[in-house]
Design a protein around this ligand. Structure first.
Ligand SMILES: NC(=O)c1ccc[n+]([C@@H]2O[C@H](COP(=O)([O-])OP(=O)(O)OC[C@H]3O[C@@H](n4cnc5c(N)ncnc54)[C@H](O)[C@@H]3O)[C@@H](O)[C@H]2O)c1
Length: 404
């Protein structure tokens, strides 16, 4: 009997030993798998675009508000390549991480998810203050928030500039001239803005922001620079931002008819993004403290632009006229004498070259979307992309809470 019990216990112990040996073996295999995964990860270092080397003391610490947007992300590229330390503060209202993802993780780069309506406390030498919705559908979407961003947001950035003694460049707009009665528009022109029209939330808050910059300059000795930017286009512009360039390219690539608002005789001047970035950096580094127009003075009617884009993409669709938009300016063309004289700056990229590069970008983005290759990352406004106008309104009404 005792012998039987001994046998059972012995068999049980043997069984347990075999089991735990199997478990140990399993664990060893898993550890080996994890080890090789870790090795793979260590090998696959992210490759960043080349940056210049600067001794730490010569590097500037630069804040770019709105740096995840169209203009901001190109400015980030330029300043990072020059070897500076760049911090982006953005609330991703219209900007996206994908615009700047190639810098994420770089030791000179930092991204802060921050709404500039709230104060920001960091140490910097220069501030490029761009954060603001920029295209009509975006700034009209939540007019109160647009006003807050340009007024309270600008006060916050000026306060930061004062505290840390940084120079601040504010990106104002040609819209401060409203529907101009002077042509082309020099910086001395005071403008013709409807203060209660649909564009007022943007135009007037940019005008107030300019006034704030000069109040801080006078009273608090903050160094300010003001760029009045005219229509700018290029890769990374929002596909559905409702502007003529993106509308026409999108419609042509989708083989749809092109729609014009008005009779198409209204004129615009179109500046390629690289030219603007050169102008912004030159202005920041110059001693000129009054507002400076940055735009391309080559003037085209909207109808001409539609034809150029349609012919470049190569379809024969119709150009259809629709009713003119309220307060849509008839003529816009910058007088860039000051930029030429004081910054030694003028645009270099021709419209056909610039449009060609932009069309290639739009084509790639549409293909990504078609092949479901988009990384799924969106800005708040991008959620409505690639929907028809009616669908867009429906989605907005259903899902989108307006945050003031
Ligand atoms: N693109 C043009 O043709 C043009 C013309 C005139 C002026 N501007 C000015 O240039 C600047 C950049 O314009 P863009 O074309 O790159 O527009 P954009 O919409 O692509 O970029 C604006 C960026 O600001 C961010 N932003 C908006 N509100 C914010 C807030 N409260 N806090 C933090 N971030 C916020 C957005 O998420 C986005 O990344 C804007 O100030 C605009 O008024 C642009």
């Amino acid at each position: 009997m005792n012998f039987c019990i001994y046998l059972i216990v012995f068999a049980f112990i043997q069984l347990e030993t075999i089991k735990s040996e199997e478990t140990i073996q399993d664990l060893k295999t898993k550890i080996d798998e994890l080890k090789s995964k870790l090795e793979e990860l260590e090998k696959s270092h992210k490759v960043y675009p080349k940056v210049k080397f600067f001794p730490l003391n010569d590097q500037k610490r630069i804040l770019i508000t709105g740096g995840a947007g169209f203009v901001g992300s190109h400015l980030v590229d330029r300043l990072m390549r020059e070897g500076h330390r760049v911090t982006v503060a953005d609330n991703f209202f219209t900007g996206t991480k994908s615009n700047i993802e190639h810098w994420i993780g770089h030791p000179n780069f930092e991204l802060i998810n921050h709404d500039i309506v709230n104060p920001l406390y960091i140490e910097v030498d220069e501030i490029y203050h761009l954060a603001s919705p920029a295209s009509p559908p975006h700034y009209m979407y939540n007019p109160i928030k647009t006003i807050k961003t340009n007024t309270i947001g600008t006060i916050n950035m000026l306060g930061l500039a004062r505290r840390v003694k940084a120079r601040l460049l504010f990106t104002s707009t040609s819209e401060v001239y409203g529907d101009p009665e002077v042509h082309p528009q020099p910086e001395t022109y005071w403008g013709n803005v409807n203060p209660i029209g649909p564009r007022a939330c943007y135009d007037e808050s940019k005008r107030v922001a300019e006034a704030m910059c000069y109040a801080y300059a006078k009273q608090e000795r903050v160094q300010v620079r003001i760029a009045r930017i005219f229509n700018t286009y290029g890769p990374r512009m929002n596909l559905n931002d409702g502007r003529v360039v993106s509308n026409f390219i999108l419609q042509s690539l989708r083989n749809e008819n092109i729609t014009l608002y008005g009779d198409g005789s209204q004129t615009r001047s179109f500046q390629y993004i690289d030219d603007l970035v050169n102008g912004l950096v030159s202005l920041m580094n110059s001693n000129y403290t009054k507002p400076v127009n940055l735009g391309n003075p080559d003037e085209y009617t909207v109808h001409q632009l539609a034809t150029i884009i349609r012919d470049m993409i190569g379809n024969r669709n119709e150009i259809i006229m629709k009713e003119k938009m309220e307060d849509d300016p008839q003529r816009r063309k910058p007088d860039i004498t000051i930029a030429k004289e004081h910054l030694n700056w003028e645009p270099k990229v021709t419209l056909t070259d610039g449009i060609q590069r932009t069309v290639e970008y739009f084509r790639r983005e549409l293909n990504k979307n078609k092949n479901n290759q988009h990384n799924g990352e969106t800005s708040n406004m991008h959620n409505f992309y690639y929907l028809s106008a009616n669908e867009e309104v429906e989605v907005k009404n259903k899902n989108y809470k307006i945050e003031l």
